[in-house]
Design a protein around this ligand. Structure first.
Ligand code: APR
Length: 233
């Protein structure tokens, strides 16, 4: 169990691993998405400019898979922890699915965007809820301004969202927990190094992450099994 004192402020970073038991593939593990798709073809602004249809096929497939997924006990444990800690918990996820919210988490910071939102690639229209799939022969959706509608996802080479709020929460935290993330994609992979001199640093996942040396505690196991025991609420 992770002891949390009444003065502790907890920062939790989740990655694709927390959604693995819900049936959403990770990126780099067995059966990972980057094993069957090339990032350069579906995960960059250049890819979208070059072949928006292929990019929308990829995100339409991800919307279908995520729509069929349900939160697992790992998501539920973190939603319970939020109810116990209230504003002393900051939940930052690299995931674009909505399983944290479906499990009851009210304050979720999606630093890599949200799968069920789209936005215009040209004008400053705000991102909007969109669970539609766009695959041939459907046309690429267009904005009133004439621009192409794109997934509201942070692609490689783009700046993640809410970094100022995230770094503020990192400054304040006394306990940092990373769950189900391989620790290879920046800036999230460096969050633990940013806090390790003044916060307890805990990793939860079935295998050691690439940035394992920055963690003081590693709990090896699946999120859905470990989190309810680590944070019994
Ligand atoms: N419970 C917890 N962790 C798990 C589980 C599980 N049941 N199954 C797998 N994992 C772990 C793996 O050991 C791995 O460390 O989840 C991690 C998944 O790593 P990645 O696939 O690299 O996913 P992530 O770290 O979230 O990727 C970061 O890269 O492609 C970009 O934008 C994308 O947000 C993503 C970012």
């Amino acid at each position: 169990m992770v002891e949390i004192a009444s003065t502790d402020r907890v920062f939790i970073l989740t990655g694709a691993g927390i959604s693995a038991e819900s049936g959403i593939p990770t990126f780099r593990g067995e059966g990972g998405l980057w094993r069957s798709y090339r990032v350069e073809e579906v995960g960059t602004p250049e890819a979208f400019r070059r072949d928006p249809r292929l990019v929308w096929e990829f995100y339409s497939m991800r919307r279908r898979v995520a729509s069929a997924a349900k939160p697992n006990p790992g998501h539920v444990a973190l939603a319970k922890l939020e109810r116990a800690l209230e504003d002393r918990l900051f939940l930052c996820t690299q995931n674009v699915d909505s399983l944290h919210e479906q499990a009851g988490s009210k304050r979720v910071t999606h630093m890599h965007g949200e799968l069920f939102k789209s936005r215009c690639d040209s004008c400053r229209r705000a991102p909007f809820d969109d669970a539609n799939t766009y695959e041939p022969p459907a046309e690429i959706p267009r904005c009133e301004c004439g621009g192409r509608i794109r997934p509201h996802i942070c692609w490689f080479g783009e700046v993640p969202f809410d970094l100022d709020r995230i770094f503020q929460a990192l400054e304040e935290c006394t306990v940092f927990v990373a769950v189900g993330t391989s620790g290879v994609v920046e800036p999230a992979a460096s969050f633990v190094a940013h806090v390790r001199r003044r916060a307890r640093t805990i990793y939860v996942g079935p295998e050691e992450p690439a940035n394992k040396f920055a963690f003081t505690e590693c709990h090896l196991g699946k999120a859905g099994e470990m989190l309810p025991n680590l944070f019994p609420g």
